[in-house]
Design a binder for this molecule. Structure first.
Ligand SMILES: [Zn+2]
Length: 266
């Protein structure tokens, strides 16, 4: 069987890929990860992600947005810049955006303002949203609730929660992004119990590379750097937990990614 997976969250503009990005791309394709969506975390990395995506047609797309850690820098003056990025052809989602109260690098009030502003822009431009949430579930769900019916779709990226969070996100119409967190039998246990309950038409896969190297990957790279070519390992784990074949998980998640992000080869 030849795999055709899509990594919906790779941080390919990260410095750790500066030396061997072409090699990382080639290994991904070799492993069956034929397409990736490169995550933007602020306006400058979103611009870099869009530039990188343009260099690999039919392989890479990107997101554009402002991560909650950078919320303080997303003033009204920056809205036009985000709109311009989102109007580019291969920029397929707004984000990552959301709330992160775990570290509170930006104040919660600034995070909420930046999040709402980006949801507004995504709704206006009819782009799906790429969402980050940590320790902020109730505010996050409440703000998304205000946009119910206005957004065309979105993904709860790097979902690590349990049944209650899953049910809330499904009710909001979101897709669920699963990373290598699911490969960790200790801290990922709650997630591992919940993964079988994710409807097949809402499931997406991502590495979040270079972060979140799957804990049970063997052999592990000396660098401890995660890369998109390790996505099949995550897909295997998800398939096992769901009692499905790798092929069925691969087909469903690829179909979902193509539909949510409206990926076309042009
Ligand atoms: Zn994130």
């Amino acid at each position: 069987m030849s795999l055709d997976l899509i990594d919906i969250g790779s941080n390919l503009t990260h410095d750790s890929f500066a030396e061997d990005r072409d090699g990382v791309m080639a290994r991904a394709v070799q492993a069956g990860v034929r397409r990736q969506i490169v995550t933007g975390a602020d306006l400058s990395s979103s611009q870099q992600a869009a530039t990188l995506a343009a260099r690999y047609p039919a392989r890479l797309w990107s997101t554009a947005g402002v991560h909650p850690h950078h919320a303080q820098s997303f003033a009204a003056a920056q809205h036009a810049e985000l709109r311009a990025l989102l109007n580019m052809d291969r920029v397929v989602a707004a984000g990552e955006c959301g709330l992160d109260y775990f570290r509170n690098i930006a104040t919660p009030a600034a995070q909420r303002a930046a999040f709402s502003a980006q949801l507004e822009i995504a709704a206006e431009l009819r782009k799906p949203v790429f969402l980050h949430q940590r320790d902020a579930h109730s505010d996050f769900a409440a703000i998304l609730g205000e946009f119910r019916g206005k957004l065309i779709g979105g993904v709860a990226h790097c979902f690590t929660g349990g049944d209650l969070e899953l049910d809330a996100y499904l009710a909001l119409g979101l897709h669920i992004g699963i990373t290598g967190w699911v490969c960790d039998e200790r801290r990922g246990q709650e997630l591992r119990n919940t993964v079988p309950r994710i409807p097949a038409d809402r499931l997406l896969l991502e590495t979040d590379a270079p972060y979140l190297l799957p804990r049970d990957l063997s052999p592990k790279p000396k660098s401890r750097r995660n890369e998109p070519g390790f996505l099949p390992h995550i897909a295997h784990t998800v398939a096992d937990l769901r009692g499905e074949s790798l092929e069925s998980v691969s087909q469903a998640t690829t179909r979902n990614a193509v539909a949510l992000f409206a990926l076309t080869d042009s």
